[in-house]
Design a protein around this ligand. Structure first.
Ligand code: ME8
Length: 517
């Protein structure tokens, strides 16, 4: 079982989960589930980033302490991810003692290796970004990302000697062509490195909400310098060396493009400075947009907005993913997040878009196939599913789709993997339409047509399981297959011929009742 260690960014707890953070988390969860189907030894983590000025600010604005605020908000992330069926193996909070220990050990190692030094620093700081800007980078004197005023900060800080790693980073990129994907994002990172690297201020004395610097207790680490290290904490850095080595060598980070510089430039340099290998791979996805603007929590108005007409009127930027899950169902929301916007590019997210895809892909194609097959099995076969035909023409379609979706998942393209799966659903619907078993007399010909459609559903449920785990389990239940497709093994279990028949098929309510546009 090859190890596969997959991470999401750890999210700031200055606000609640939103559709943007759900996008990354659902995509990572689906990928983790796919690797579990392949039999990999998957370890999938997410968590919350709880230090820094931004959190102190949010706590103050809410009339409470940073600790109380982070406890409350981290719980909202746990609740949201549980509701969205995110099957993480570990949820890290950066305020946990296990993380403090690793941050201190790791940065002490970099300090001892001579890559951290004390120097005065003055700069223009955006609290929302937790980052400094130069005069030239500002837009109308304001932060280019958040449009908020920057403040001049003056501190005696410890600096990480990032500039010492320019050549080493370029060499590393050269030797590891797949280190950062897709290529457009790799080129962006390379451009950044080639543009010249400045040393980075990594400690603060202006507030104390952070991990204390072990060699100088007046300072706490700058939030990004503690946050990135979470990936090591969860991998077991400082613990059993064998466990850490095997997990870390298989580390894959999924991130949004807003944090490319931190992950693709700072992070590998920090690893090099501490004397460990950079992670195996960083996949950088784009933004979900609303009307051309990045969708995010800074656009969310106070409180969680209701459902239905309110969602439509207020637009999705103001809506929590939980309200969308209430409105459409968890699996349809997951499906949309995986299917609509290809990972790597930017794309629009809208209420109308969800409704359109729900009706076309889920109600008309998948839902229709499930209910049609069950209805005809009841009218022609007494409710007992017949076995499939091992020589069916659909067997080749199923094998093609399995190969193509495996290939697509392998290159972080869930939208294509699902598109392929829908090709198989389409082929089964087309076969039913041309054979019209509902017009045939009961007998071997009807049995073969229905048995083949049931076998397609059995295989489709496995291929769907990473994206829509509850729907996949429900399909197996309805067609009388024992067990849960989530624990199937690929490729064997998806090979044509598994549906042996002789089992009761359940005629249930429509899985996805059509929605008004
Ligand atoms: O940056 N479209 O946390 P964060 C797509 N704590 N993805 C989006 C998105 C959008 N509109 N909005 C947010 C932080 N995301 C740091 C990370 S990691 C060591 C520390 C996703 O709460 C995307 O993955 O601001 C992005 O990178 C992340 O949320 C930022 O989350």
């Amino acid at each position: 079982m090859p190890p596969y260690y997959l991470t999401t960014p750890i999210y700031y707890v200055n606000d609640s989960p939103h559709v943007g953070t759900a996008y990354t988390t659902v995509n990572a969860d689906a990928l983790a589930r796919w690797h579990r189907l392949l039999g990999d030894d998957v370890f999938f983590m997410t968590g919350t980033d709880e230090h820094g000025a931004k959190i102190v600010e949010a706590a103050e604005a809410n009339g409470t302490t940073p600790q109380d605020w982070t406890d409350r908000t981290a719980a909202r992330f746990v609740e949201a991810w549980d509701r969205l069926d995110i099957g993480y193996d570990d949820f890290i909070r950066t305020t946990e003692p296990r993380h403090y220990a690793v941050v201190q050990q790791f940065l002490q190692q970099i300090y001892d290796n001579g890559f951290i030094e004390l120097a005065p620093y003055t700069g223009l700081y955006c609290v929302s970004c937790e980052d400094y800007y130069t005069e030239e980078q500002l837009v109308d004197q304001k932060c280019p990302v958040h449009g908020r005023a920057v403040v001049e900060m003056q501190e005696d800080n410890y600096f990480f000697k990032l500039s010492a790693f320019e050549q080493q980073l370029l060499d590393y990129y050269e030797g590891h062509p797949d280190f950062v994907r897709p290529t457009s994002k790799r080129n962006e990172a390379l451009g950044f490195i080639r543009g010249g690297l400045k040393d980075v201020s990594i400690t603060r004395t202006s507030f104390s909400w952070g991990v204390p610097v072990p060699w100088d207790s007046r300072h706490v680490f700058y939030v990004w310098y503690d946050a990135l290290i979470n990936y090591l904490t969860v991998a077991g850095f400082g613990g059993d060396p064998d466990v850490f080595a095997s997990r870390w060598a298989a580390a894959h980070h999924l991130i949004g493009k807003d944090i490319l510089k931190f992950h693709c430039v700072w992070w590998p340099a920090m690893c090099m400075a501490a004397g460990i290998d950079p992670p195996a791979e960083i996949f950088v996805h784009g933004y979900l947009l609303m009307g051309g603007q990045k969708l995010g929590k800074t656009m969310i108005q106070s409180g969680v907005v209701g459902v239905g007409e309110e969602i439509r009127a207020l637009k999705i930027t103001e809506v929590s993913p939980l309200a969308l899950a209430d409105e459409f169902g968890v699996d349809p929301l997951r499906y949309h997040l995986l299917r609509e916007v290809p990972l790597g590019g930017d794309g629009d997210f809208s209420f109308e878009g969800i409704v359109a895809r729900f009706n076309s892909d889920l109600a008309n194609n998948l839902g229709n196939l499930v209910s049609r097959v069950a209805t005809v099995v009841h009218s022609k076969c007494g409710g007992v599913g017949p076995a499939c035909d091992p020589a069916s023409a659909l067997a080749a379609n199923a094998a093609d789709v399995l190969a193509a979706s495996s290939e697509a998942w392998g290159r972080w393209a869930p939208h294509e993997a699902l598109e392929e799966t829908w090709r198989l659903i389409g082929a089964a619907n087309a076969q039913l339409e041309s054979a019209e078993p509902w017009k045939m007399d009961p007998g071997p010909a009807v049995d073969a047509v229905l048995g083949n459609a049931l076998e397609v559903l059995r295989i489709v449920a496995i291929l769907l399981a990473p994206a829509m785990p509850s729907t996949a389990a429900e399909i197996w239940r309805r067609i009388g297959v024992a067990g849960d497709p989530v624990s199937a093994h690929l490729p064997g279990d998806a090979a044509w011929g598994g549906y042996g028949g002789g089992v009761s098929v359940v005629k249930g309510d429509p899985l996805f009742p059509r929605r008004k546009a």
